[in-house]
Design a protein around this ligand. Sequence first.
Ligand code: 1CP
Length: 339
Amino acid sequence: MNNTFLKACRGEKTDYTPIWMMRQAGRYLPEYQKIRGNVTFLELCKTPELCVEVSLQPIDILGMDAAILFSDILILMEAMGAPLEFHDGRGPVFPETIRDQSALDKLIVPNADESVGFVMETIRLLRQELKVPLIGFAGAPFTCATYLIEGGSSKVFWETKKMMFREPQLFHNLMEKITESTIGYMQAQARAGAQALQLFDSWAGILAPCDFKIFALPYVQKIISSLKQFDIPLIYFANNGSTLLDYSVESGADVIGLDWRINIKDAIKHVGNKAVQGNIDPFALLLPEDELRKRIGRLLDDASSAHGHVFNLGHGIHQFTPPDQAKIAVDAVHELSSR
Ligand code: 1CP
């Protein structure tokens, strides 16, 4: 068993810096596309045997030090009773938006083992196959709320911010319900065998720090504290979150995910005795090999003072990234960090 990732999360000494990449199981891999060619995205998410296969691909093909469960943050929203559609090229769509109390009242707090049992089955099956640790995940409540309120992806988040500022109580009620659901969901993942859990807050960076503190952070803290009993590393990643870094630390997570917009050395000064995860620009994978290796070497140096460093991209790997370039990065991290 290769436990390098778990050790780095706990700030223990490792023989080399472990690496995985956010969204590593996905569209940039031809092997993923082959499977995805035969099923819709939602069918794929609900078929444990196929989820296992695509979760294993980046481990087998690229040599990542951790696997992440193949699923999507929006699967839980569907289990809460929000019909979910995925349209090729347009991304997720929630035709029934949540913009008033009566729509919110129709959402439920699901029993995760029953309503998304396929996720737990995927975790159990993966644990039998894997020789590296398995990361489970969920979307952070604020990020999930934006999809429910907007009815899908958004650029300006008009409806979300309108609700926050005009009907704050309604917004908090929605956050409360998503939080309760997420606690049940992540606890079920831990019981099924997830060895670390990550909360993805992809849209946290659209918030002013004062609003993040009131409308998002308390819910992240509630989820994190409900997971401490499992004694597994908890990772919080706020995308575009450099200005929220001190609050990310207050989340209670053991590992602070960093996007590429901050120098990791500066970030480490803020995180105290927690580990960091990140943070190379996903597009830097397009650099010529020698420059990519140099950049990785610099990042490893900059992170040398961290109390545990998990190498990652600053956000998800882009779908058009050549897999060979991802492989160069994995090998470079292993080689340049080996001690
Ligand atoms: O066509 C396809 O095959 C669907 C593409 C795809 C994939 C491969 C989507 C649609 N989701 C996923 C998998 C996925 N999503 C994983 C798999 C595990 C991994 O390898 O990491 C994970 C962790 C997610 C999480 C996710 N989904 C996030 C958080 C992370 C991030 O990237 O910020 C978000 C915001 C989503 C929503 C989502 N899922 C898919 C799309 C197109 C979107 C919308 C993104 C947007 O609004 O811009």
